[in-house]
Design a protein around this ligand. Structure first.
Ligand SMILES: CC(C)(COP(=O)(O)OP(=O)(O)OC[C@H]1O[C@@H](n2cnc3c(N)ncnc32)[C@H](O)[C@@H]1OP(=O)(O)O)[C@@H](O)C(=O)NCCC(=O)NCCS
Length: 157
């Protein structure tokens, strides 16, 4: 597949991104997490206002092909990557890589010295391939359920 179009999020796409998030967690992260963990991470029922506000705050990049949203990811002014999710039907075709490249390019433009994130077991190999290092493996509590992930970082200068 040629690299997908990476563009800024557009207002009105918030709930479509929630669908991508839900499908991504249940369709891809299921390799590494139990059904109980997936349900805590991406529940069926959620607060639409809270989700939409988070997306509008994050202003993610969106990966799109033929009018279909394949994934999204953001980088915050302090270099924190809050979300990176790819739709299951688009996995393993370089969409996650293209989103991480866009993040790094923006961060460099903005003079951000360090990227960092809390990276799921599913995404760690992708981050490692992009030059991130593991700072610490950790257990986080999401809606009363324990999930393993890792704090990872990449120095840009
Ligand atoms: C982690 C995630 C974002 C990766 O997205 P992706 O689009 O599949 O990523 P890529 O295609 O760039 O790379 C994935 C794999 O496909 C391979 N790949 C990359 N480009 C490819 C291509 N053009 N053709 C075939 N395979 C390819 C890579 O070797 C890579 O292998 P690796 O995972 O062992 O490093 C995705 O699996 C996901 O959304 N997971 C669930 C949610 C999650 O965990 N999000 C992260 C929260 S921190």
């Amino acid at each position: 597949m040629p690299p997908p179009c990476i563009r800024p999020f557009r207002a009105g796409e918030e709930l479509t991104l929630r669908e991508v998030f839900y499908a991504s967690v249940h369709g891809l992260a299921c390799r590494n997490y139990s059904a109980e963990q997936l349900a805590a991470w991406a529940p069926v029922e959620y607060d639409r206002e809270k989700w939409s506000a988070r997306i509008r705050q994050n202003q993610p990049f969106v990966a799109e092909e033929h009018g279909q949203i394949l994934g999204f990811a953001d980088v915050q002014p302090d270099g924190y990557i809050d979300q990176l999710f790819v739709a299951p039907q688009a996995a393993g075709q370089g969409v996650g890589s293209a989103l991480l490249q866009a993040i790094e390019a923006r961060a460099r433009e903005q003079g951000i010295a360090r990227l960092h994130s809390q990276v799921s077991l599913t995404a760690q190999s992708l981050f490692l391939r992009h030059g991130f290092e593991i700072e610490a493996e950790q257990t986080v509590i999401v809606t009363d359920v324990e999930l393993r992930n890792a704090r990872m970082f990449k120095r840009l200068r």
